[in-house]
Design a protein around this ligand. Structure first.
Ligand code: HMG
Ligand code: MG
Length: 336
């Protein structure tokens, strides 16, 4: 099939959807792990009301996202925005066909999450000592030791466990992070019994060749592509290119944040995650199934942008809603 043949009978851009032109050797379906309600909101200074967060999660699920990371059971002083986890989680209930994973750093967090019926948890380690210290108040080895009973007990309770690994491509304090170092910590994390590994480019410095190199090294070390998800922040505008590189390698789990919300409170140079809308636009154009209704998702991000009081940084949200594209009045002294 040629590219031109692939465009026949497909949607065009005037419909708010991209023209579909499939490419070879990409997964037929991608599972989007939506992190907007957790990674997206955790860095917001102004407290978002619990009811707004609950509606956000419900709207994301209604837009077709099958995995919606809901919150974190961390120390409330470390991430004040998510201090309402106990109040929020029960408001979510059981949403049919939708997983609602939560972050837990330690057994205290696990107890809190299991008490409320959480069925999917995520521990979050670091490939570098500097970030482990800042994010978890532990060395890398100490944090893995902290996770060991969490993973074991979560598995005993029948929960699914994701292992996040941050700073896989670069670290603001240590600079470049050697691939071998990332693979070593990733292996140790997976050996605890995690079902899934999410590779975090916490500060958004990765480039596609680096993504290929890390994935190949992980495969060589025995970590299969089917257990790997990618988690790109978009600081340098590379998140979508890096995602395409990962898809070409066979990865079919991609983390993204509705509207491109996000950052990390313990890595100041981290900006928002890859925007879910930008990801969906690309995947739809490639003819890859996601189950996501782009119009419903965009409306949700525009609604959340209203609550946060600033436009979404997602290019797709802006293009589809016209936000941020109003012509400026050159006579207006407020418009520099
Ligand atoms: P610590 O100060 O070392 O805690 O913090 P501790 O173990 O010494 O305990 C001190 C007190 O905190 C104790 O209370 C504990 O009970 C309590 P006391 O006995 O003194 O009264 N405590 C807790 N309370 C509630 N819930 C808990 C909890 N744990 C202890 N879970 C700790 C260690 C891990 C708790 C802290 O460092 C922490 O909460 N860190 C979380 C940081 C965080 O959430 N960062 C953002 C998420 S990671 C991220 O965004 C990256 C990612 O997106 C991927 C990427 O982009 O790379 C995932
Ligand atoms: Mg993140």
């Amino acid at each position: 099939m040629t590219a031109a043949e692939g465009t026949e009978g497909t949607e065009g851009t005037d419909t708010g959807l991209p023209m579909v032109v499939p490419a070879y050797d990409l997964p037929a379906r991608v599972r989007i792990h939506e992190v907007g309600a957790r990674d997206g909101l955790q860095n917001e200074k102004a407290t978002v009301p619990t009811e707004v967060k609950a509606e956000f999660v419900h709207r994301l699920a209604a837009a077709g996202l099958s995995t919606v990371e809901a919150t974190s059971f961390v120390h409330p002083k470390w991430v004040p925005q998510l201090a309402d986890a106990e109040a929020l989680f029960p408001l979510l209930g059981d949403i049919e066909g939708v997983h609602l994973p939560v972050l837990v750093p330690n057994e205290r967090g696990l107890d809190r999450a299991l008490d409320l019926g959480a069925r999917r948890i995520a521990v979050f380690g670091s490939a570098t000592e500097s970030f482990a210290r800042r994010n978890l108040n532990r060395s890398v080895a100490e944090s893995l030791a902290m996770f060991a009973p969490v993973v074991a007990r979560a598995k005993d309770a029948g929960a699914h466990v994701r292992g996040y690994l941050s700073m896989c491509f670069g670290d603001p304090w240590e600079g470049a992070v050697p691939v071998g170092q990332v693979v070593r910590v990733a292996k140790e994390l997976m050996d605890l019994g995690c079902d899934e590994l999410s590779l975090g480019d916490t500060i958004g410095v990765a480039t596609p060749g680096h993504v290929f190199a890390l994935l190949a090294a992980l495969n060589e070390a025995g970590v299969g592509t089917d257990t790997i998800g990618v988690h790109f922040h978009d600081t340098y505008g590379q998140a979508l290119s890096n995602t395409l590189a990962a898809l070409q390698h066979g990865v079919s789990t991609v983390d993204a944040s509705a509207g491109g919300l996000g950052g990390c409170p313990y890595a100041k140079s981290a900006t928002g995650n890859l925007a879910t809308e930008d990801l969906v636009w690309m995947l739809q154009g490639l003819g890859i199934e996601t189950g996501v209704d782009l119009a419903a998702l965009t409306a949700t991000s525009a609604w959340m942008a209203g609550h946060l009081g600033r436009p979404s940084p997602s290019r797709t949200v802006r293009a589809l809603t016209g936000a941020g594209t109003e012509p400026q009045d050159p006579q207006d002294p407020q418009d520099p």
